[in-house]
Ligand binder design. Structure first.
Ligand code: ZN
Length: 213
């Protein structure tokens, strides 16, 4: 968040929180010191608005407007790029054409998933993986051993991606959510509850609600 001070002929101070800046409109006669005091006085309200805005930015698909891109659990700053390519570099994401975002998400997620397939191959392996953009579920699987993964999952930390993968992988053996299912998940990923918690808290990232089938 950046602070922008705009002076004009107005008589009183006005504070607004935008998608990536806090704008203070102040009369000409008000000194910087006075403005800072005003900000301090309203810091609780400002912080609340910033948090609300950050939550909105995280679900926004307008990356240029929000200036933010959630990637593997981290908020990355977006820089508009001249070319068409999308690049992750030095802690920034350079986006040229945002209509290419879904292809990019899928590609990045498939890199993580391919590593997980190798890591857990000694347990089991899906017959194939399908990447989808879905509004209500993170992952699912079919009777034939195919695993479907939501491309938005790349927004989650790697441990969470791994939990979803393991959840579906265990479903290939145990179709329900019985006690033995959860014991099996726990045996493979002792900390899986933290990932479940993350998904519960951040379910809004893919829509109103979410499920893991
Ligand atoms: Zn399930």
């Amino acid at each position: 968040m950046e602070l922008k001070i705009i002076r004009s002929k107005r008589k009183s101070i006005g504070i607004t929180v935008g998608s990536n800046e806090v704008v203070v409109r102040a009369p000409h006669y008000l000194t910087d010191k006075k403005i800072k005091l005003e900000l301090k006085e309203h810091h609780l309200w400002i912080n609340e608005k910033i948090l609300e805005q950050e939550k909105k930015n995280r679900i926004s698909n307008n990356y240029f407007e929000s200036g933010m891109f959630l990637y593997q659990g981290e908020d990355i700053k977006v820089i508009k790029n001249q070319g068409k390519k999308i690049l992750l570099e030095g802690g920034y994401i350079y986006i040229g054409d945002d209509s290419k975002i879904d292809v990019f998400l899928k590609k990045q997620l498939s890199i993580v998933i391919n590593e997980l397939i190798l890591k857990w191959a000694y347990i089991n392996k899906p017959t194939s993986i399908t990447y989808r953009k879905q509004k209500t579920i993170w992952g699912s699987c079919t009777i034939k051993g195919k695993i479907n993964i939501n491309i938005n999952l790349i927004k989650a930390p790697v441990e969470v991606i791994e939990y979803i993968y393991i959840h579906e992988l265990v479903h290939l053996e145990i179709r329900n959510h019985s006690k033995s299912f959860w014991l099996r998940v726990e045996a493979l990923l002792p900390d899986y509850r933290q990932s479940k918690r993350w998904l519960k808290d951040n379910g809004y990232l893919i829509g109103r609600d979410f499920m893991v089938k």
